[in-house]
Design a protein. Structure first.
Length: 225
């Protein structure tokens, strides 16, 4: 069985070493490298092809810049950020950077390992924050609306409601579930879920899943938790 390859980018040597030791003890995981330098990290991504990069978000703008570079250079690599705090501004910038999951550094090793496993399966746990932070969701929705309006798309003119099954799938997406997991919960084929997601995005003129969630929250189709 292939192990999940993890690269740690954190300039706190003690923290990164402890995290690496712990993850290496997890079944199915292997820390292939660790560095505190973002340029070296990008070189390591090219050479080591990690499945997940755990990135120290306390590096500020440099961390988010790297997250964006990773998304463009290695779209198959998921990014998980760890930060001392989880303010709305931090989450806002992190979501915009395309990060799959964002965690406080106070989380346990088991929680980090669980999140790594989830993002490798294609989940985006970061979307779960949107349901508990409606102001953040509204702010991102406004930004997406501005993007859509500039492209000549009138979000507010949408009149076609989502079907019951489409809303159900959108609920699962908002909870960070992957297509495969949603298919298992509903007892349908994964391709069927993909088709539903495509339809949802088309009906809402949404750029991606996160955008669809923002719209549904703003319209009250799904409720913050």
């Amino acid at each position: 069985m292939r192990r999940t390859r993890v690269l740690i980018v954190d300039n706190n040597l003690i923290f990164s070493q402890a995290l690496a030791r712990g993850l290496n003890l997890e079944a199915g995981m292997e820390v292939v490298g660790s560095t505190g330098d973002r340029d070296e990290a990008m070189t390591m991504v090219r050479l080591l092809a990690p499945d997940v990069v755990i990135l120290d978000a306390d590096m500020g703008g440099a961390a988010l810049e790297m997250a964006v570079r990773l998304r463009r250079f290695s779209p198959g690599t998921a990014t998980v950020t760890l930060a001392s705090g989880l303010g709305d501004e931090d989450l806002y910038m992190t979501i915009r950077a395309g990060v799959a999951a964002h965690l406080p550094k106070s989380v346990s090793l088991d929680e980090v390992a669980s999140i790594v496993g989830r993002v490798v399966r294609g989940e985006h746990p970061i979307t779960e924050w949107l349901r508990s932070r409606p102001k953040l969701a509204s702010r991102l929705l406004e930004e997406f609306q501005g993007m859509s309006l500039s492209a000549g798309q009138e979000i507010e003119s949408l009149t076609v409601p989502l079907s019951t099954r489409e809303l159900e799938i959108l609920e699962y997406i908002a909870l960070g579930n992957s297509n495969k997991r949603i298919a298992g919960k509903l007892g349908v084929k994964e391709q069927s879920v993909k088709n539903y997601v495509t339809t949802i995005l088309r009906k809402l003129s949404a750029n991606d899943r996160a955008h669809a969630i923002f719209i549904a929250l703003q319209r009250g189709w799904i409720q913050p938790q």
